[in-house]
Design a protein around this ligand. Structure first.
Ligand SMILES: [Ca+2]
Length: 358
């Protein structure tokens, strides 16, 4: 049984890699625009037999000693909805909370990852927002990353999850921790931008470029509402078209003007939105790369990017990361984390675990 599951797990990783290569690169979508396909690193694994998986988990956590290899392989092989089903089955079979049981088997930072794997994404991001504002000071970089990179629909779900979890609104907590135009931008962003497939997103980008160009040099900060509405409300797809048109008409990228017109956190927020509209995987790869400092790694950034994107576009983020850093996420992480923690993270990112090496 153990061999069977491991074999299935290995096969699903191979399929993902194959898919990754087949899907990789740009294709021309039906509307003639250049579209890059998202490459997840965790896909629904088939066959899927929750009862057999639970029996294997139970066996792996029985008695003294534990079979970490099997447990982590299972955690990283299945999608969120499959894990949800596994946990429900485990409860039915053994009348025990699987996550609580896993918590008794491991310790340290891996527990946060395990928790996130069994939470819906909006709950994870609500916790990440909470960590960014809670207590003295503010983690502006995280607020910018989260509000600039998440889809509008997700941000609306996060606001609702936040209220349920902390009995106060995300809006109120952001208001209390930030000020000025930076605060206005964040509050507008958490309302959620238009979705990329919205029928409203086909407005001519040249109209918006007209509006921006009419503001004039040095005047953007006197027209904050206009800037806010463009950067915080329009879909990423539409923004990408606006920025391309802006560059065509003005002879330079919009980022040059953002740099000149604003400073500090406002500038960083607008640049982050621009980057996400152009290439979100690249933006997230940069955030991941910056999460490592002389003080070690920022575990929050690592957890939310790996867990939050593994079923969406972590494959694309890996490609971008390798371009920036020169090595893969798996190798890069070896200088910061180790053991089961490292193993779970890299498997979620679609790498083979290499359990017994190092
Ligand atoms: Ca605070």
């Amino acid at each position: 049984m153990l061999k069977y599951i491991l074999l299935v797990g290995a096969f699903s990783i191979i399929c993902q890699e194959t898919n990754g290569q087949l899907q990789w690169g740009s294709i021309f979508g039906t509307n003639g625009k250049n579209v890059t396909l998202n490459i997840p690193t965790v896909l629904p694994a088939r066959p899927f037999n929750p009862t057999h998986i639970c029996e294997l988990l139970k066996l792996s956590m029985q008695g003294i000693g534990r079979d970490s290899e099997t447990i982590l392989k299972i955690l990283a092989t299945y999608t969120y909805s499959q894990r949800y089903e596994i946990a429900a089955t485990y409860k039915t079979l053994y009348n025990q909370d699987l996550v609580q049981k896993l918590f008794t088997e491991f310790d340290g930072n891996i527990l946060d990852v395990i928790q996130y794997l069994f939470w819906p994404a909006e709950k994870m991001y609500a916790k990440e927002f909470r960590d960014a504002v809670q207590g003295l000071g503010t983690d502006e970089r995280s607020l910018i990353e989260l509000t600039a990179s998440l889809d509008g629909q997700m941000l609306r779900r996060v606001s609702s999850a936040y209220q349920q979890m902390y009995e106060k609104t995300l809006e109120k907590d952001i208001k209390g921790d930030t000020s000025g135009f930076f605060r206005d931008l964040l509050l507008e962003l958490i309302k959620g931008r238009e979705p990329d497939n919205s029928p409203n997103s086909v407005a001519l980008p040249s109209y918006t470029v007209d509006t921006l160009n009419r503001l004039g040099s040095g005047q953007w900060s006197n027209n904050k509402d206009t800037i806010r509405d463009i950067f915080c409300k329009k879909s990423f797809t539409e923004l990408a078209e606006i920025f391309a048109e802006y560059e065509r008409r003005n002879g330079h990228k919009i980022e040059v003007d953002i740099e000149n017109e604003f400073s500090s956190d406002v500038k960083k927020t607008l640049l982050a939105v621009a980057k996400c509209a152009r290439n979100r995987p690249q933006f997230l790869a940069e955030q991941l790369n910056k999460s490592m400092s002389n003080f070690g790694i920022n575990h929050n950034v690592l957890h939310r990017i790996i867990v939050g994107r593994c079923e969406i576009d972590l494959g694309n983020i890996k490609e971008e990361f390798a371009k920036i850093n020169g090595v893969g996420i798996n190798v890069w992480l070896k200088s910061a984390i180790e053991g089961n923690y490292w193993s779970l993270i890299v498997q979620l990112a679609g790498y083979a675990p290499e359990y017994f090496k190092d």
